[in-house]
Write a protein that binds this ligand. Sequence first.
Ligand SMILES: *Cc1c(COP(=O)(O)O)cnc(C)c1O
Length: 238
Amino acid sequence: MMEKSSISIFDENYKSIEEQISAAAIKSGRKREDIILLAATKTVSTEVINYAIEKGIKYIGENRVQEFLSKENELSTNAHRHFIGHLQSNKAKDIVGRVEMIESVHSVKLARVIGELSKKKGIVTDILLEVNIGNEDSKSGFTAQEISEKIEEISKISGVKVKGLMAIPPICEKSDEIRKYFAQMNKLFIDIRAKKIDNVSMDYLSMGMSSDFAEAIEEGSNIVRLGTALFGKRNYNI
Ligand SMILES: *Cc1c(COP(=O)(O)O)cnc(C)c1O
């Protein structure tokens, strides 16, 4: 059966990924525990996700609102839930209150909407600001310059708490090229942290996916979001 092979793919991959994360953490002067491994679970069945959680995965991230809602009730409650996909302001109402963190906040407008919805529910939603570090037209997010200009404004929005930055750098053929983007992100992260802005705690730098997570960790990431490397190739890409 389909599920059985997904489970054995996960088993085969998980141990080696753990070792690679440890090695990269040590290379960057940190420990395994300093890095969060978030399983990017788009297209993965709840059966396989729950198996992964049973085996030790502590963070999961979904991309699509509809897909998340359809899986939500069947998901194990033993993992932290993040939203990592593109979120339209008009869909935010379906996500706020249902996940612990929204990693993909790409505009001031979206942060305001999340803040308003959170206040109505009497909660504060942790968010990461998504940075379009390669200035790509195809990607959403703040440019590095915009982040610096707008961080103070965002910090004043009630109902949200900025906990860090997230990025998906451009696809690069060489690992040196991708490192450059990761290093730029790390610098931005450190610079913002140094400003000690009220209501902003730069705790998390979420970058690194299946093909580049070791480089990302070496350059300062502390959340890596892995799909393919854990669960195998998806039938379709989002
Ligand atoms: C799918 C996805 C990932 C994981 O991608 P892989 O290359 O399969 O590891 C990470 N982050 C986001 C935002 C994603 O959509």
